[in-house]
Design a protein around this ligand. Structure first.
Ligand code: GRF
Length: 214
């Protein structure tokens, strides 16, 4: 099982995945792919000696052609499980069909609350007391696919967006590698609009897993 990680920004989740992979707690990352040539995530990939690719939407006349190019790169690299990690584009059928049930995303809210951009800001503006992150299978919607795992954090009275973002990110870095491993191990799989477990994790504190450390 080889992983492909799609990124657009800082790549701190990529860093957590690469670290778990280097410790053999996760399969190898065969490709890091970005839509943005200048993002820091690509530098992390290069520093770790992981093959990387850039597929820029502006180089294609249609979304279909762009998505086909992304799918080709993933296929050529032998990627079997695709992990979106701060990848700021929606993917369509050319990727989602060949990789059905094998595309994951992490989102910085307790879905289905606050899909889309600026989830942490939305959480603060709505006055929620508990926020968190969600790993889910990707479907054609915006942050709508079946939920694999969640971790919760408190929202403190003095929190600004940056405070909450940092608190959630710390959980993301623990949760995402663990959830990827469950999917890679076949412990959980997507069936239609549900995540189906062969061996379900037990609830443990704010983290829906007994063995979330990778
Ligand atoms: C994370 O908050 C993730 O949940 C969201 O985008 C952010 C990416 O951060 N999808 P990073 O690039 O992994 O640091």
């Amino acid at each position: 099982m080889k992983l492909g990680v799609l990124v657009s920004g800082n790549g701190s989740n990529l860093g957590a995945i690469l670290e778990a992979s280097a410790r053999k707690r996760l399969p190898d990352v065969a490709l890091v792919l970005s839509n943005r040539p200048d993002c820091f995530a690509l530098q992390r990939a290069r520093q770790a000696g992981i093959p990387s690719a850039v597929v820029r939407p502006e180089d294609f006349s249609t979304r279909q052609a762009h998505d086909e190019a992304v799918a080709s790169r993933l296929r050529e690299a032998g990627v079997e499980l695709v992990c979106l990690a701060g990848y700021l584009r929606m993917l369509g059928a050319p990727v989602l069909e060949p990789y059905a049930g094998r595309v994951l995303n992490i989102h910085p809210s307790l879905l289905p609350a606050f899909p889309g951009l600026h989830a942490q800001r939305q959480a603060i503006e709505r006055g929620v007391r508990i926020a968190g992150c969600t790993v889910h299978f990707v479907d054609a919607g915006m942050d709508t696919g079946p939920i694999v795992a969640q971790a919760a954090v408190p929202v403190l009275p003095a929190d600004g967006e940056g405070d909450l973002t940092a608190r959630i990110l710390a959980e993301e870095h623990r949760l995402y590698p663990a959830a990827i491993r469950w999917v890679a191990d076949g412990r959980v799989r997507q069936e239609g609009q549900r995540a189906v477990w062969s061996r379900a994790p037990e609830a443990s504190g704010s983290l829906w897993s007994p063995d979330v450390r990778t």
